[in-house]
Design a protein around this ligand. Structure first.
Ligand code: 4NP
Length: 168
């Protein structure tokens, strides 16, 4: 029987994941698009719901940062459907897991709990590290974020498959 490193879903057979950063225009949208792509590849897209949000509200309604979108497009993903939204403090009770990008995000959502942690807790390379904010840096920062997000999304997809197999 598979044992997941993610918490059990509240509703057996269905999993709801929330991804959180500061602005919801760079890191969590990139993670959102890549994780949804991995879930579709694994045939889990009908059982796993993914949302993303920023703890700040400055960009609500905006599309992805154009550098984040260009980095995703160049790697074969579709960034076009994203619109930024703001995190809601009720989400840890609504979603099965809330995965944030850095330590500031973790503080802003009220700290680590059984259902709240860092996205990179599941990164096979440097687990427990932050996804650095690429907003004020150069294009290579977005490439670095994509590499982290791709390998971590592979791991998250495997853990979601296990969480959906486990009896609730
Ligand atoms: P994100 O990056 O948290 O990865 O979306 C940022 C986007 C916007 C701002 C900061 C970080 N901002 O200050 O507007």
């Amino acid at each position: 029987m598979a044992t997941s490193r993610l918490p059990a879903p509240r509703t057996p057979g269905h999993y709801r994941v929330a991804l959180v950063c500061l602005g919801n225009i760079c890191r969590s949208p990139m993670a959102h698009v890549v994780l949804e792509s991995r879930l579709a590849d694994a045939g889990l897209d009908d059982r796993v719901e993914v949302v993303s949000a920023g703890t700040g509200g400055w960009h609500v309604g905006d599309p992805m940062d154009r550098r984040a979108a260009a980095t995703l497009s160049a790697a074969g993903y579709d960034p076009s459907r994203h619109r930024a939204r703001q995190y809601d403090r009720t989400w840890p009770e609504a979603y099965d897991v809330v995965l944030v990008m850095d330590a500031t995000n973790l503080d802003d959502v009220g700290g680590r709990t059984e259902r709240v942690g860092l996205f990179r807790d599941l990164d096979p390379v440097d687990p427990g590290s932050e996804v650095p904010d690429p907003y004020y840096g150069g294009d290579d920062g977005f490439e670095e974020v994509l590499a982290m997000v791709e390998r971590t999304s592979d791991a998250v997809t495997a853990e979601l498959a296990a969480a959906l197999e486990d009896p609730a």
